[in-house]
Design a protein around this ligand. Structure first.
Ligand code: FES
Ligand SMILES: [Fe+2]
Length: 371
């Protein structure tokens, strides 16, 4: 990959990575009587819960003639398509009944499957595993078992608070992700009197190191030019505040802040919805400010503000991206974005050849920028 890797040079096929877990829907939106339509990687899904409360995800298209299964009836175990009444097991997608068959017709109904996807529920979200698409015309088969469990937020005590925020971004997952890890937009996009002004811009340096399928901003003491960090330092009476930020393919950014016995841990995902649309979900857990009544609302406020600033920025950016302009990534501020594209390319290459994934970083790197 050339040094000035251009996001636009990505081939359309490399935009969305299959074979991973993705956050689909907030848990609380899905009930036994509330199935929710969701779209992940241009795959239309119907997410629901069976009578035991277990989540399921089916492709929202009947394998017979494509009627959305969301138009059908659900009895807590099986879904009945509204067009010809075929019935499918909600958890496996296996066909159970075809009403038009006569007694002497021997079609093996249980060999027919509606598309069905493994589900897990963690930290207020239902996750869905999206496998590689099967060969065209092969029909649907039983759900592919995922190689690993869905990601979850790392926690450091039994008691904690949890909250999430979600925002739709009218840009590709690539722009969503590189926007998230971009250190240089802070002074321009995230200004607020209680956070920082653009005049507080100063030189920074951070150490990065390779980790499996990603990279880490090594544990460091957070930037001193933001008021909340100053507050936190006072509150935790700790001079040992450390932040560690990881990015891991396909779309995971974790940030862990530890200050004595207090901690804050977040898992942010940028989920491809379609080729030019993504969704950012920030889910955070913390035990900081547990005894301060306004603590959690304060945190939510801060995060909501940041995410909204990013959303508005990407909405404007999508205008500029419409006509596929030439773009450039510069060192050092855009180096994480370059690593992201290189990791993605390495992952796809390993998949193509069946070999090991070659990590684009050879060792620790010190990056410098002003922000
Ligand atoms: S389209 Fe679903 S049963 Fe025919
Ligand atoms: Fe941002």
């Amino acid at each position: 990959m050339s040094e000035l890797a251009l996001p636009q040079c990505q081939t359309p096929d490399s935009l969305m990575l299959f074979g991973f877990w993705y956050r689909a829907v907030p848990s609380r939106q899905v009930g036994r009587k509330n199935m929710v339509k969701s779209m992940l990687l241009e795959t239309p899904l119907l997410v629901g819960r069976d009578r035991h409360g277990r989540p399921f995800a089916l492709r929202d298209a009947c394998p017979h003639r494509g009627m959305p299964l969301s138009c059908g009836e659900f009895d807590g175990d099986q879904l009945e398509c509204s067009y010809h009444g075929w019935r499918f097991d909600a958890q496996t997608g296996q066909c159970r009944f075809i009403p038009s068959l006569t007694a002497d017709q021997k079609l093996k109904v249980d060999r027919i499957y509606a598309g069905s996807y493994p589900c897990e529920e963690h930290d207020d979200f239902i996750w869905v595993y999206i496998p590689d698409p099967g060969p065209a015309g092969a029909g649907c088969s039983p759900p592919t078992p995922p190689p690993i469990p869905a990601p979850s937020i790392e926690k450091f005590s039994d008691k904690y608070q949890l909250a999430f925020l979600t925002a739709d971004m009218p840009v590709s997952v690539d722009h969503g992700i590189i926007g998230l890890m971009d250190p240089a937009h802070g002074p321009f996009v995230h200004q607020a009197w209680w956070w920082r002004s653009r005049h507080s811009i100063h030189e920074k340096q951070k150490n990065f190191e390779p980790i499996p399928s990603g990279f880490r901003m090594s544990a460091h003491t957070p930037s001193s030019n933001s008021a909340p960090y100053k507050l936190l330092r006072l509150y935790a009476a700790a001079d040992s505040i450390t932040t560690t930020i990881d990015f891991i393919l396909p779309n995971l950014r974790t940030e862990i802040i530890r200050a004595g016995k207090y901690w804050f841990s977040s898992l942010t995902t940028v989920t491809p919805i379609t080729r030019d649309h993504c969704r950012i979900d920030v889910v955070a857990a913390w035990n900081i400010f547990r005894w301060v009544p306004f603590g959690p609302s304060l945190l939510r406020f801060v995060f909501a503000k940041f995410v909204e600033q990013d959303r508005q920025t990407m909405e404007k950016q999508s205008e500029g991206l419409k006509h596929n302009p030439h773009l450039m990534l510069i060192d050092d501020a855009d180096r994480p974005a370059k690593w992201y594209f290189a990791l993605k390319a390495a992952y796809l290459e390993a998949k193509r050849t069946g070999g090991e994934m070659k990590h684009p970083m050879r060792g620790p790197v010190l990056l410098k920028w002003r922000s």
